[in-house]
Design a protein around this ligand. Structure first.
Ligand SMILES: Nc1ncnc2c1ncn2[C@@H]1O[C@H](COP(=O)(O)OP(=O)(O)O)[C@@H](O)[C@H]1O
Ligand SMILES: [Mg+2]
Length: 356
């Protein structure tokens, strides 16, 4: 059912995305990076993809770290431990037993995360790889919303990822990010001092649906409930083409059977969530809060660089230097609150504009 609010896991529940799914399934690269705005369907694509590959996988949801100002190695290992314990493949416990910091009790695995003998990520990945290879398979390690790991303190995961990329034939890494700029900042594949420098990744970008696909998604989605719906274009004008918001609209409309009310519900919920994400963005940036707000208000119907600068100067009644303006815009763009269109900066989605 297209309007099911959870990430999809079965092909028949995923509307369109044939090309993206084919690229995911056919990728030969040890590293696949899936980007797209929040709710464009990254988790869905990845889950449908790994299930159709039929390979064992571990799935780390880094969204759990979203509201934390920083993450520790312990947080990461606990998330990994939970994910590894969900694999039911035979022999994995034996493969991990004996590694430093790894304890196997019956069917459950525990990673020690503190002190001298803590479990080591490269060793865990290596054991996972050998285990999968012995079975003639590949273990897929998914880190969803991986840009959150930029907040890891006291541990760098990039060397472990680069090690897996270079040496582990039985492991494939899949990273997703709804803040593509932030993910790029974290991975630094273009930076010669980064462990991942020069490693080729298959990149799959999920855009919002265009008008025709949005209309088709709604029509087909409603048909699954035996409802005829022909107001898809109006919905697209109001909400844009992000599948998650369209699905939320579908549910709201099925409940209320009132177009205006259903649209209002979805806009209200979306604006609330976007404001919450903006609050998370501002953690550690409180001193510049008024400036970031001013940039978003100025750019909500698109603005050039100089228009943004003028709006900031008008708010403060003094001149603001170019480097500061550039920094504000770059941070907002890296967090996907703005995108560049020609000469202008615009919210990438109409609901983001509504939130400001
Ligand atoms: N192609 C699609 N077909 C059907 N539903 C989709 C599709 N893409 C996304 N959705 C729905 O939209 C919502 C957000 O999808 P999700 O995969 O969680 O997005 P993301 O991981 O990018 O934030 C979920 O309700 C999901 O079921
Ligand atoms: Mg997701």
């Amino acid at each position: 059912m297209y309007f099911d609010p959870r990430p999809k896991e079965r092909r028949e529940d995923l509307y369109d995305r044939e090309e993206e799914l084919r690229r995911f399934v056919e990728s030969k690269s040890p590293l696949v990076v899936v980007t797209g705005l929040r709710r464009t369907g990254k988790s869905s694509l990845i889950l449908v993809g790994v299930k159709s590959l039929g390979m064992p996988y571990i799935y780390i949801d880094a969204r759990a770290f979203e509201e934390k100002p920083y993450i520790s190695y312990a947080d990461l290992l606990k998330a990994l431990e939970e994910a590894v314990n969900k694999i039911r493949g035979k022999g994995l416990r034996e493969a991990l037993r004996g590694l430093e910091g790894v304890e196997v009790y019956g069917v459950s695995i525990k990673f020690r995360w503190g002190g001298e003998g803590r479990a080591k990520l490269p060793e865990i990945l290596s054991a996972l790889s050998s285990w999968a290879e012995d079975r003639g398979e590949e273990a897929i390690v998914v880190i969803d919303e991986a840009q959150e790991l930029i907040k890891l303190r006291g541990y760098n995961v990039l060397p472990a990822l680069a090690y897996a990329y270079d040496n582990l034939r039985g492991v494939r890494i899949v990273l997703s990010g709804s803040k593509a700029g932030l993910l790029a900042r974290f991975l630094r594949t273009e930076d010669p001092s980064s462990p991942l420098y020069g490693r080729y990744a298959d990149r799959i970008e999920l855009g919002p649906f265009d008008k025709a696909k949005a209309v088709g998604f709604l029509r087909e989605g409603f048909r699954q409930y035996g409802v005829e719906f022909d107001k898809g274009e109006d919905v697209y004008e109001e909400l844009g083409g992000i599948p998650g918001w369209l699905a939320a609209f579908g549910n709201a409309y099925l409940r209320t059977r009132d177009l205006g009310k259903a649209l209002g519900d979805v806009v209200g919920a979306a604006v609330g969530l976007i404001r919450k994400e903006f609050e998370n963005f501002l953690i550690g940036r409180e001193v510049a809060k008024r400036r970031y707000e001013a940039v978003m208000r100025a750019a909500k119907r698109c603005a050039t660089w100089s228009e943004v600068k003028r709006a900031l100067e008008a708010q403060e009644g003094r001149s603001i230097n170019d480097a500061e303006v550039a920094k504000l815009i770059r941070n907002l763009a890296d967090w996907a609150f703005l995108e560049k269109r020609g000469e202008a900066y615009c919210p990438p989605d109409p609901l983001i504009a509504r939130a400001f």
